[in-house]
Design a protein around this ligand. Sequence first.
Ligand SMILES: Cc1cc2nc3c(=O)[nH]c(=O)nc-3n(C[C@H](O)[C@H](O)[C@H](O)COP(=O)(O)OP(=O)(O)OC[C@H]3O[C@@H](n4cnc5c(N)ncnc54)[C@H](O)[C@@H]3O)c2cc1C
Length: 495
Amino acid sequence: MDYKYLNNMLSEMDKDLSSKGMSRRDAMKLAGISGAGLFMGATDVSAMEKDQLPLKKSGVDAKIVIVGGGLAGMSTAARLTLNLKNPNITVIEPEKLSVSYQPGQTLVAAGIWDIDDIKYDRDDFVPTGTKVIEDRVIDFDPTNNQVTTAKGQVIDYDYLIVATGLQLDFERLEGLEEAGRAFSAGDNSRLHKAIGDDGICSIYTAEGAEKTWEQMQKYIEKAKNAKDGKKVQFLFTHPSTPIKCGGAPKKIMYLANARLKEAGARDNAELTFYPNGGAMFGVPEYHDAIHGQFKREGFKWHYRHNLVGVDKARKVAIFDAKWQEKGPFDPIMKDFEVISKHERKEVPYDFLHITPAAVAPREVGESDIGSAKGWVPVNKETLQHVKFNNVFSLGDIAQVPMGKTGGSIRKQYKVLVDNLIAQMEGKKLPSKYAGYTVCPLITDIGTVMLAEFDWTVKPTPSFPLDPTVERWIFWLMKVYALKPMTMYGMLAGKA
Ligand SMILES: Cc1cc2nc3c(=O)[nH]c(=O)nc-3n(C[C@H](O)[C@H](O)[C@H](O)COP(=O)(O)OP(=O)(O)OC[C@H]3O[C@@H](n4cnc5c(N)ncnc54)[C@H](O)[C@@H]3O)c2cc1C
């Protein structure tokens, strides 16, 4: 943990708390958690402290290659380094800013943080002894235990960890074919050129988050000055694929709403959510809570609308809208048939926030380690590849249900390291990932509903509090505590 950073964070937090007439101790009491728990965003503090120092390092010797040096890849490298006597680890990662803090993109997009608050240099987080190859893997050959890079290097391994994250597929949208596919970090100039600066934005890239704030201010200003009674239309989409942080498409809507209210312009704006699915959230308790919040804030929503295109010239979003109708009676099934229908629907926008479809990078999805859906098929509990025993995967690229968050990675990387070392030692795999994930759903500037859940599709709260209630204390956790926990805890292999 970087103590200078921690001290700055605590003093910022104290300032915020004292402006509300509260001490840090009172705030913790209110949340019912210990200081360490609050600052580490942690669930099980004693387990976390136990995790910090392995009792015994393994002496097993083998070459481990990690493809992708983002949050998942670098945290795993750090934890392996802590658990092996003679770590022999190579990370292959093309981007210099690969460990930048993606959850902060939402806050940048609402003008709460600056872009510099989330930019982090990969090389400051490389564990001692780990070798970094600044290149992209373009071919995986798991039969011969080799990968090939774009610069033509062929690299052998004994064990492979695939942590390439996912790609943002903007090019599938009609009218945005030129945008190509993007990663959260790196040069996304092609995407931003295609999107332009006339109301379309997306918080899913770091640069896009900055541009979202520019566009948001522009259309808030428009709403502020609207005199003709015509409301400024703010549209927010959610695609048909699994995405990183399922709550993010709504978080940006809540934050736009907060900024509109703050500007006194809310009455001149209409905010509408267009999700592909038929619910606000996969967990019924959180769905109900969000539904209530949407009604309270005067939002509109239309389920089963998948964004398929944008007509930039006419400022129209194009959706594939789906519904079901009752068909003829089936005498064999003794029930009415259900007929699925869909139609193309055009919706005018002023401000359009796009959550892009998420896909596996082609070099992964179309290789022997990929699957029909592109994601790397692993046993969802052990994170070991279903075909190749010496290949493991975690993070956004792993084919694990509901697992595309930093919160999931925080559980997965410890399981993966335990299991990989056991595999290297010829032992039975000891650890299981239980599907935990978390979405700190920002519902306003100053409140967060901490939606924690797992594969049981039930809330799994870490704190003795009703998880469906929006709380200021979780806002403090989101804004001040989760970043240091990630950057100096997880990326050190400890939190
Ligand atoms: C807007 C937004 C909000 C979010 N909010 C939250 C939140 O509130 N809470 C939360 O827990 N999570 C949140 N997340 C999700 C979280 O940030 C991600 O799940 C996490 O960063 C994924 O880590 P990763 O290492 O799997 O992928 P990444 O961090 O994307 O890293 C993958 C790396 O692999 C590299 N790579 C790709 N292909 C190759 C290749 N062929 N060869 C070599 N390297 C390659 C890439 O360059 C990249 O650096 C949010 C994400 C976004 C975008």
